[in-house]
Design a protein around this ligand. Sequence first.
Ligand SMILES: [Zn+2]
Length: 266
Amino acid sequence: MAKLVFLGSGGGRYAMATQSRATGGFRVDMDGVNIHVDPGPGALVRAKEYGVNIRNTDVIMLSHVHLDHSNDCNAVIDAMTEGTKNPKGILVGSVSAVRGYENDSPAVLKMYLKTLENVVVMKAGDSTNLKNITVKATPTRHTDPTCIGFRIEGSKTISYTSDGEYFPELNKYHQKADLLIINMLRPDNDKWPMHMNLENAITLIKETEPKLCVLQHFGMKVIERDPDKQALKAAKETGVDVIAAADGMKLDLDKNYTPLSKYIRK
Ligand SMILES: [Zn+2]
């Protein structure tokens, strides 16, 4: 069983500041484990809005320290541990998010690190087991040099690029997933350092051949050009089912994802 809820589809500072698209991260409920990936600003509010019980969280995963990925992590830990009274849960995160990179502060407050059952700091290439699920940290090239993606392997495989630019070896770490989630900040061939655009996403989809791909983490330029239209371009060019995440979108990976048009959200 593998279900997802997207508590946001926006990313980058302008989409985040204006909440043109929500930035609460996404939830994975797979094989009895509830995971919250990258709880950015609004994670708690969006969870309430989209019917997710945030207290029902087993694992928090932080790909990096940037605010649009980690801002609400302390609030999620507080909720899942009943205000630190009931220590539980596992935190899996990058060096920057958990320990702090060089002189920068980490995202997680020390008082909350103590309330967790386990804290796993991951670098690209590391792997850890969470009950029946294996999590592998995948490399990125991003402005946070410790940023990692996640490959979550259980009854389904979910491969998440997190932020970062396209590079030729990236495809090695995201091959043939049931679901590939790509953070696409920019539309078409619009370039922005250390992030992917639609052209990069199309290349990665062709190279990795996922069963289904969700594009998310949209900056303002993607939002202005309509994420659904961007996803449709990728679907047509790759022959893969490519969906633009919508705020509150739910996916059940045990369902069949064809035909394409059924999943193009308006
Ligand atoms: Zn970032």
